[in-house]
Design a protein around this ligand. Structure first.
Ligand SMILES: [Zn+2]
Length: 395
């Protein structure tokens, strides 16, 4: 039976997205890319200019000019509106205000070294209200709020993978009701992928996967400018694919999930055991107590060639490389961006790429170039929340 897959975007929405992805861009180019008639592009652009949403920023360079009419280039006006984004994890809550080009204008982070406690929604509300007040922007300047979630929820607000302590403290309904602007929620890695797609158009292709390995693990995939979410919005839980059938127990109830080998908490916990059991470990020169060992210490010990730490990280990278290669073989997304602090050190990144290359030896060179490291910052999730708001309520 035929069922319409999705709402067809309006011409305005398609033209705006085209400008996001191609700016600065001329009206004739927009018509060519979108397939919308030149007359409709001209009329819609005139309305968007009147509304202060886009602006003319000069003519195309002479070498690009075709004979005849001048081609005036268009771009989004960054300050035409603003978006609010927030991300919470077990360790921190970050909220920010971005302009329509993804530039962070105001930001606030609360850290929870012992784990977030109390009602999470109330903390998000307080933090957002505070940055809005500090920004002195009226609520009518905001297109909406995007909340980047450390997991997935279904249409009723229930977590798709239950059992995580953080979900017991989070009541999404309170957030939908509280603000005078609309609120959207989405997995934080999908938000980061949307942020990259909208705010880094020169670097990010229309189709790509964004593989995040941090406290948790998730792989968001964008296909031709659309987030791939799966039949039940559950696509992307790469951390709970099995790396080793009889491995350690995971929080999801299965054994040997990827995230019990390659997520930050697993790596840090295993490094603390090395600290306790191995008097000669380089980790002991970096921290006074096993409990003080952080991911940064582990990465440094790797670079110091500590044998046990190298074995730990290399094992995490081997498990990761199998997952990355599986995605490349099954989805062929064109590009996989790896996102996480683990990939910030050159030697670890090189080792990961070598493992992936071994996995892909049979498919030839074209696959090998498709893995790239994406710089990560603690505000990526909140900024991605802003992109979610732009995508849902502005485009
Ligand atoms: Zn699991």
């Amino acid at each position: 039976m035929y069922s319409r897959k999705k709402i067809i975007p309006s011409n305005r929405s398609r033209i705006l997205e085209c400008i996001y992805r191609n700016a600065p861009v001329a009206r004739t180019e927009i018509a060519k890319i979108t397939g919308i008639t030149p007359a409709t592009v001209t009329n819609t652009a005139a309305q968007l200019i009147d509304d202060g949403i886009i602006t003319e920023i000069g003519e195309a360079a002479p070498k690009e000019m075709s004979s005849g009419r001048k081609r005036i280039l268009l771009d989004i006006v960054p300050s035409c509106f603003y978006a609010i984004g927030a991300e919470f994890t077990r360790e921190a809550l970050t909220a920010c205000i971005c302009d329509m080009k993804g530039n962070i204008c105001f930001e606030k982070t609360l850290s929870f070294p012992d784990g977030i406690c109390g009602p999470v929604a109330a903390r998000i509300i307080d933090t957002i209200e505070e940055i809005v007040k500090n920004s002195r922007l009226d609520w009518n300047r905001f297109v909406g709020i995007g909340i980047a979630l450390p997991g997935q929820i279904d249409a009723d607000g229930n977590p798709l993978i239950a059992g995580r302590r953080i979900w017991k403290q989070f009541r999404p309904g309170e957030l939908y009701q509280h603000f005078p602007v609309p609120v959207a929620m989405e997995n934080h890695v999908r938000c980061i992928a949307l942020g990259a797609y909208l705010f880094l158009p020169n670097r990010i292709p229309d189709s790509f996967s964004l593989f995040h390995a941090g406290s948790g693990m998730f792989c968001a995939t964008m296909l031709d400018g659309e987030l791939f979410t799966g039949r039940h919005n559950a696509a992307g839980e790469i951390g709970h694919t099995t790396a080793r059938e009889h491995g350690p127990l995971c929080e999801c109830g299965k054994r040997g999930c990827l995230q019990v080998y390659s997520s930050e908490p697993h790596i840090v916990a295993a490094a603390r055991t090395i600290y306790r059991d191995s008097p000669g470990t380089a980790l002991r020169s970096l921290a006074d107590r096993a409990e003080d060992i952080s991911l940064e210490h582990v990465l440094t010990a790797y670079q110091m060639d500590d044998p046990a730490v190298k074995a730990l990280i290399n094992d995490a990278l081997r498990c990761l490389s199998i997952s990355i290669a599986n995605i490349i073989i099954i989805l062929n997304p064109g590009k996989i961006f790896m996102h996480g602090r683990l990939f910030s050190r050159e030697s670890i990144w090189t080792a990961l790429k070598e493992y992936v290359d071994r996995q892909l030896a049979f498919v030839g060179e074209s696959y090998h170039a498709s893995i790239e490291s994406m710089p990560c910052s603690p505000s990526d999730g909140a900024r991605g929340g802003c992109a979610l708001a732009v995508s849902r309520f502005f485009l």
